[in-house]
Each structure stands twice: as C-alpha cells, then as structure tokens.
Write a protein that binds this ligand. Structure first.
Ligand SMILES: *[C@@H]1O[C@H](CO)[C@@H](O)[C@H](O)[C@H]1NC(C)=O
Ligand SMILES: *[C@@H]1O[C@H](CO)[C@@H](O)[C@H](O)[C@H]1NC(C)=O
Ligand SMILES: *[C@@H]1O[C@H](CO)[C@@H](O)[C@H](O)[C@H]1NC(C)=O
Ligand SMILES: *[C@@H]1O[C@H](CO)[C@@H](O)[C@H](O)[C@H]1NC(C)=O
Ligand SMILES: *[C@@H]1O[C@H](CO)[C@@H](O)[C@H](O)[C@H]1NC(C)=O
Ligand SMILES: *[C@@H]1O[C@H](CO)[C@@H](O)[C@H](O)[C@H]1NC(C)=O
Ligand SMILES: *[C@@H]1O[C@H](CO)[C@@H](O)[C@H](O)[C@H]1NC(C)=O
Ligand SMILES: *[C@@H]1O[C@H](CO)[C@@H](O)[C@H](O)[C@H]1NC(C)=O
Ligand SMILES: *[C@@H]1O[C@H](CO)[C@@H](O)[C@H](O)[C@H]1NC(C)=O
Ligand SMILES: *[C@@H]1O[C@H](CO)[C@@H](O)[C@H](O)[C@H]1NC(C)=O
Length: 412
C-alpha cells in the first residue's frame, strides 16, 4: 500500500511542480514582444549608416527564458515571472532608428523601469502605447531625437516617479496634464523645444526639494543634424545656454534668428559669418558676448544684421564694408566708439540703428544721399549741427537723434 501512495505523491509533485517549472520562464507574449523589438532594431543594420551594439542582444534567443537574457529583469517572486525592467540604453551607436521600433516594447504591460536613452531614435514618441503601462515607475527616453509633442497618454501613468525626456527635439507646450503624474519625483525636459508656462503644481513640487530641470531650455545640439534647414527662427523663446557649435553644420542656413531670448549667453562664434548662404542674422537682446579676439572675414552677404546688446567695443566693425547687400543694421546698446563712418552712409541701407553707444563726431552729410527709412542715433555723443541734407531722405519714417551733443538749428 505504501508504494503506490509514494508513487502517486511523486507523480503529483512531478506534474504540479516539475512540469510547470519547465515552462517557468517569462510570459511567452513578453518574449515575443522583445524578439520583435530586436528584429526591428537589427533590421537597421542593413542600413550601413546605422550601427547597433549587438553583444548583449545575442542572449535574446527565440526558445529561451527571456528572464535570463541580458538587459532584461523579471519579477522572480511572482509565479508568472513578468518582465519588469528593460535597460535598452545606448544600443544604437551611430545613425538613426525610427521611434516605431518602441511599439512592441510598450506592450510589455508589466514594465516598471524602461530605459531607451541614447539610441538615436527619430520621430514622434508612439502616442498610444503608454495606456497599458500601469506599473511604470521610471521612464528614460533622453538623448534621442524624438520630435512632436509629449503624448497625453504618457500623463496617464500615475505610478511614474522618474521621467527623462531631455535632449530631444520635443516641442509644444508643457501640458497642464503633467500634474496627473502625482508620484513624479524627477522630471528632465531640458534641451528640448518645449516652451510655455510651467504649471503651478510643478512649481509647488519643486519647492519640496524635488529635482527638476526644465528651467533651462537650451537650443538642442541635435539641431545640427537638420542639414537642410534654411530658416532657424527662435527669437522670443526662453532659451538659455550658448549657440550650439553644431549649427556650423547647417550650411544651407539663410536665416538665423535668436533675438530676445532671456538667457542665451556665451561668445558669438566667428564661424557664424562663414555660413555662406546666411542673409539674416539676428542675435540682439540676449546675454551674448562679442568675441574680442576673433577677426571676421565674412563669407556671407548679409541683408539683415542685429547685434544689439552684444558687448561690441571699439569702432563700428569695418568688415561690414564688405556687406554690400546689407539694408538692416542694428548695433544699438553696445560700447561702440569713434565716428559714424562715411562708408556706412554709402551702403544702400534702409535701417541704421546705432542708439545707446559712445559714438562721437559729426553725422556725415552723405546720409542725405541714402534711402534710409529708419535712422536712430540717440544716446550717443554726436556733436556739431544736424546735416541739412537729412531733409533729402525722402523715404525717412523714423528719425531719432535725441540725447546727443548736437547743436545749431534743426533743418526746417
Ligand atoms: C535606411 O534605408 C532606407 C532604405 O534602404 C532609407 O530610405 C533610409 O533613408 C535609410 N536611413 C538612414 C538613416 O540612412
Ligand atoms: C519627426 O521626425 C520625422 C523623421 O525625422 C519626420 O518624418 C516627422 O515629420 C517629424 N515630425 C514633426 C512633428 O516634426
Ligand atoms: C492594451 O491592452 C489591451 C488588453 O490587453 C490591448 O487590447 C491593447 O491593444 C493594448 N494597447 C496597446 C496600445 O498596446
Ligand atoms: C523663462 O525662464 C525664466 C527662468 O529662466 C522663468 O522665470 C520664466 O517664467 C520663463 N518664461 C516663460 C514664458 O516660460
Ligand atoms: C556635423 O558635421 C560633422 C562632420 O561633417 C559631423 O561629424 C558631426 O556629427 C555633425 N554634427 C551634427 C550635430 O550633426
Ligand atoms: C536634403 O535635401 C536633399 C535635396 O533635396 C536631399 O537629397 C537630402 O536627402 C536631404 N537631406 C536630409 C537629411 O533631409
Ligand atoms: C527684441 O526686443 C527689442 C527691444 O524690446 C525690440 O525692438 C525688437 O523688435 C525685438 N525683436 C524681436 C524679434 O522680438
Ligand atoms: C582672447 O585673448 C586673451 C588674451 O590674449 C585670452 O586670454 C583669451 O582666452 C582669448 N579668448 C578667446 C575666446 O580666444
Ligand atoms: C568680402 O566678401 C567676399 C564674399 O562676398 C569674401 O570672399 C571676402 O573674403 C571678403 N573680404 C573680406 C576682407 O572680408
Ligand atoms: C563726448 O565728447 C566730448 C567732446 O566732444 C568729450 O569731451 C566727452 O568725453 C565725450 N563723452 C563720452 C561719454 O564719450
């Protein structure tokens, strides 16, 4: 009697314990989603311009337990062993991959931590994938080239504590829905194109010593990869930091406008004037500094130049002589000295704004031969009489000569 009982007990344990243990690996659908991701990723290798780090992905084999794969972690305490962590950063070494490759990853609904940072991912963040990630705590998508706006579904992940979207090209405004992320502790949105108001809820959180880094909207370095860009117009944003050196790559640039950003700072690079196609350059109203050492040999033929409040010193730079297409010049709010050069009056200008400098001497008679519409020379040290020829500037709309040392009669 003992033996059959022992045997049936053994068989019972065999079936209940041992057999299931054979299939005691990560859920099959999770394995398939991950293999699909690997397939989409390695598909890009055929593109010789994209390089993938394959080393650790070699452990991702079809008929194996995905909990034993590199870069993957599972909840080993739960019988179903769901995938909880995916550490997929830095797999793409060079080139670009499409953001659609994230779709299978976002179907692993048990994820708690997902890191896809530094992968040269291009395109919009897949919008609909986040609704099912109800356990996600940490999401790192930084240092890619995501564009578009932040998908609203991302704000439905109530469990999220750490969100890093920094160093992408995400635009739009920061939606108030971000306040739904009640558990958020870290938010990195720096170096994107996001603007707008910072929701008060977040500001209140920031007061609770929570690390936030969205105050510095730097111009993203990745902008240099938009090699076909001809107009980069980002005036009146809230950008800070410097002019990224990657802008040198934008050899098709015709218009660069970065005027009146609150915190744009650093030196004005001399290579800006080597961009051969550049016609409009507006850098005024920032905290930028003129590079005193660099001499300028312009390769461009500018039509518009604004260097208002850029720390210019010395004489009105004479490399401007070369800019014979120039018709808008704003050098106001600098520390320029010396006279109003005759050659400046000889250029076919429409707007000359030199207010708030230390310029002195007489205003040349030849201004009367120009077709100026705006002439602003206020708050300088010009002396002598106002040239009578000014009356000949038939197109003149705006003349400001106030706060100088001019004397004599004003021409009727
Ligand atoms: C990858 O290859 C496809 C077609 O072969 C091409 O259209 C695409 O531009 C390539 N991508 C990159 C980044 O070179
Ligand atoms: C995002 O980038 C992709 C690929 O570079 C491009 O096709 C798409 O038009 C861009 N979308 C936006 C909103 O800029
Ligand atoms: C979310 O989960 C449901 C149920 O499993 C599924 O039908 C749906 O396709 C999932 N959504 C996404 C975007 O994966
Ligand atoms: C611009 O940035 C400053 C901090 O650098 C902030 O105080 C201000 O509210 C921002 N303005 C806008 C419109 O976002
Ligand atoms: C700029 O061009 C250089 C060489 O052409 C390249 O190595 C670099 O990656 C480019 N930078 C950007 C931001 O595109
Ligand atoms: C730039 O424009 C040229 C010509 O239109 C095109 O062949 C090339 O693919 C474009 N490059 C990018 C990065 O869009
Ligand atoms: C920048 O600010 C100055 C002074 O307020 C203003 O005259 C100029 O039009 C502004 N430029 C832009 C592009 O907003
Ligand atoms: C400019 O020249 C000074 C003195 O020669 C030097 O100390 C400084 O580093 C230089 N600045 C740049 C940006 O080259
Ligand atoms: C003057 O401009 C031309 C291009 O228009 C350029 O080739 C030349 O080097 C410039 N000369 C100086 C002295 O800046
Ligand atoms: C203005 O010019 C007068 C001479 O005309 C000179 O004595 C004075 O120092 C100058 N002031 C400034 C601020 O340059």
């Amino acid at each position: 009697m003992q033996k059959p009982i022992f045997l049936s007990c053994f068989l019972f344990f065999f079936f209940v314990y041992f057999i299931p243990r054979q299939s005691f690996s990560c859920p099959q659908d999770h394995r398939e989603f991950l293999l699909e991701f690997k397939k989409l990723l390695t598909h890009n290798i055929k593109n010789h311009s994209t390089q993938i780090a394959l080393g650790e992905l070699k452990t991702w084999r079809p008929n194996s337990d995905c909990c034993k794969w590199k870069l993957v972690r599972c909840n080993t305490r739960s019988p179903s062993k769901e995938v909880t962590d995916l550490n997929l950063n830095g797999l793409v070494l060079f080139g670009s991959v499409s953001s659609t490759l994230l779709r299978p990853v976002l179907r692993v609904s048990s994820l708690m931590r997902l890191d896809v940072s530094s992968n040269f991912i291009q395109g919009e963040i897949p919008g609909d994938g986040f609704g099912n990630l109800t356990r996600l705590i940490s999401l790192d998508m930084g240092r890619n080239s995501f564009n578009g706006t932040i998908p609203p579904d991302l704000f439905s992940i109530k469990t999220l504590q750490h969100l890093d979207l920094s160093m992408n090209a995400i635009g739009g405004t920061l939606s108030g829905d971000i306040k739904e992320l009640k558990n958020l502790e870290e938010l990195f949105l720096d170096e994107n194109l996001i603007g707008g108001e910072i929701p008060p809820e977040i500001v209140n959180k920031a007061r609770n010593n929570i690390q936030m880094n969205f105050m510095s909207f730097k111009i993203p370095y990745g902008i240099g990869s938009l090699v076909n860009l001809s107009t980069l117009s980002m005036s009146r944003n809230n950008f800070s930091g410097g002019i990224p050196s990657s802008i040198q790559n934008l050899t098709n640039l015709e218009t660069l406008e970065l005027e009146n950003n609150s915190g744009l700072s650093g030196e004005i690079p001399t290579w800006l004037f080597h961009l051969q196609k550049l016609r409009k350059l507006r850098l005024g109203g920032n905290k930028l500094q003129w590079n005193k050492n660099g001499s300028i040999f312009p390769q461009s033929k500018l039509t518009h130049l604004s260097l208002s409040s850029c720390g210019l010193e010395g004489k009105i730079p004479d490399w401007l002589k070369n800019q014979t297409d120039l018709y808008f010049l704003d050098l106001s709010l600098n520390r320029l000295e010396g006279s109003f050069p005759k050659w400046l009056a000889d250029l076919k200008m429409e707007n000359i704004i030199l207010s708030d400098n230390r310029l002195s001497g007489r205003i040349p008679n030849t201004v009367g031969e120009t077709s100026l519409m705006i002439l602003k020379l206020s708050e300088n040290n010009f002396s002598g009489s106002v040239p009578k020829s000014i009356a000949n500037i038939y197109r003149l709309l705006w003349l400001d000569l106030s706060k100088n040392k001019l004397s004599g009669e004003f021409p009727r």
